[in-house]
Design a binder for this molecule. Structure first.
Ligand code: MTE
Length: 307
C-alpha cells in the first residue's frame, strides 16, 4: 500500500525541544512539496511554513485521553475506553450524489490511491481548548477529484457510522444521529482540508475518529467528523447534526472567530490542552491562524453573521 508513515516521538509537552519544532517544520515542508507536485492544487506557501514554525506539538497522551465523541459519551475522558470495541477493519465508505459512479468502496482501496503524509495543524474545539496535532492523512481534494463531481455538486456531506449496539451514546437523544457534517465544495477542495487516518506516526485511535476522519483546521472542531461511512455530493447545503440539535448555537460555517461569542461563552481565548492551570490562556486567532490561506473563501460574507 502506498503509505508513507513518518514515525514521530511522543514527547511530553514539557519536553518539547527545538528539535521537535524543527521536525514539525521539516515534515510540513515535505508534505507541502508533495502536494504541489501532485495534483494541480494551490500551494500552501510561505505563510503556512511560518505558522508551522510557531506550533508546539501537544503531547499525545492529552490528545488521546480528552476527546469529544458523543456516539460514546459526553464525558471527554470516557471515549478512550468506550470506543475500544468499535471494529474499524474492514471499513466501507459510500460515495454518492452528484457524481457519475456512486458506490461503496473499501477504505483500503480508497487509501491505496493516496499518499499518506504528516500534516501538523492547530485544532480548536468550540468549548475553548486547542491542541497541535501531527495528523497523518491526505488532502480531501485529491480523493474528491477522482470521483469527478458534476456542476450541481455545491456541497459535500459526511456521515458517521450509526451502530447503537457499539456506539452506546447513540441511545441518547443528545444529538441527532447519525452525526452529519458538511462543507461547501471550495472548502472541501482547499489544500488545508484533509482526511486523516492517523496521528503521531500511528493509525488513529478509535476515540479520535478511526479509521477515517475529517480535519478542517480553520473551523471549530465539531466540523471534523469522525468514523466517516458516507461522502455525499449535493446541490443544497446539508443540515448538520449540531445545527439540528442547537440551531442558535452552531452554524454551518463554524469558522474560528474570536469576535463572535458562542451564545453561552466567549470564544476569544483558548486553553492549550495539557498546559497547567497557571499558564495564561492563548488569544484565539481568526480562522485559527490560517487566515492568509482561507480568508478569500469568504470574501463578501459577513463573518459575524455567517456562523
Ligand atoms: N465526530 C463524531 N462522529 N462525533 C462527535 O461527537 N465531536 C466533534 C468532532 N467530531 C464528534 C465528531 C467535536 S465537538 C470535536 S471538538 C472534535 O471531534 C474533537 O476531536 P478529538 O476528540 O479528536 O480531539
Amino acid at each position: 500500500m502506498n503509505r508513507l508513515i513518518n514515525k514521530q516521538s511522543n514527547a511530553l509537552s514539557a519536553e518539547i525541544t527545538d528539535k521537535d519544532v524543527f521536525n514539525a517544520r521539516r515534515a510540513f515542508i515535505k508534505s507541502t512539496a508533495m502536494l504541489s507536485a501532485g495534483l494541480l492544487l494551490p500551494s500552501l506557501g510561505q505563510a503556512q511554513t511560518e505558522l508551522n514554525d510557531k506550533l508546539v506539538i501537544t503531547a499525545r497522551e492529552h490528545v488521546t485521553n480528552y476527546t469529544n465523541y458523543y456516539e460514546f459519551s459526553t464525558n471527554k475522558q470516557d471515549a478512550t475506553k468506550l470506543a475500544k470495541p468499535l471494529k474499524t477493519k474492514p471499513w466501507r465508505v459510500e460515495i454518492s450524489g452528484e457524481i457519475d459512479k456512486p458506490g461503496f468502496y473499501h477504505l483500503d482501496d480508497l487509501l491505496k490511491a493516496n499518499t499518506i503524509e504528516e500534516r501538523i495543524y492547530r485544532f480548536r474545539c468550540v468549548e475553548a481548548w486547542s491542541m497541535v496535532v501531527p495528523w497523518l492523512g491526505f488532502p480531501l481534494a485529491q480523493m474528491l477529484a477522482r470521483f469527478q463531481p458534476n456542476s450541481r455538486a455545491k456541497f459535500v456531506e459526511f456521515t458517521t457510522l450509526y451502530d447503537p449496539e457499539v456506539m452506546v451514546g447513540q441511545h441518547s437523544s443528545i444529538l441527532n444521529w447519525p452525526y452529519v457534517e458538511g462543507l461547501r465544495m471550495d472548502e472541501a477542495m482547499h489544500p488545508l482540508t484533509i482526511l486523516a487516518t492517523g496521528m503521531y506516526g500511528e493509525d488513529l485511535p478509535n476515540q479520535n475518529g478511526a479509521p477515517l476522519r475529517l480535519i478542517v483546521p480553520w473551523k471549530y472542531g465539531f466540523k471534523s467528523i469522525k468514523a466517516i461511512v458516507k461522502i455525499h455530493f449535493r446541490e443544497t447545503m446539508p443540515d448538520t447534526a449540531w445545527h439540528k440539535s442547537a440551531p442558535r448555537e452552531y452554524g454551518f460555517y463554524a469558522n474560528v472567530n474570536p469576535e463572535v461569542s458562542h451564545p453561552r461563552w466567549s470564544q476569544s481565548r483558548e486553553r492549550v490542552l495539557g498546559s497547567s492551570i497557571f499558564t495564561p490562556k492563548r488569544a484565539t486567532e481568526l480562522f485559527n491562524g490560517y487566515g492568509q490561506q482561507v480568508a478569500s473563501l469568504y470574501t463578501g460574507m459577513d463573518l459575524t453573521q455567517s456562523i
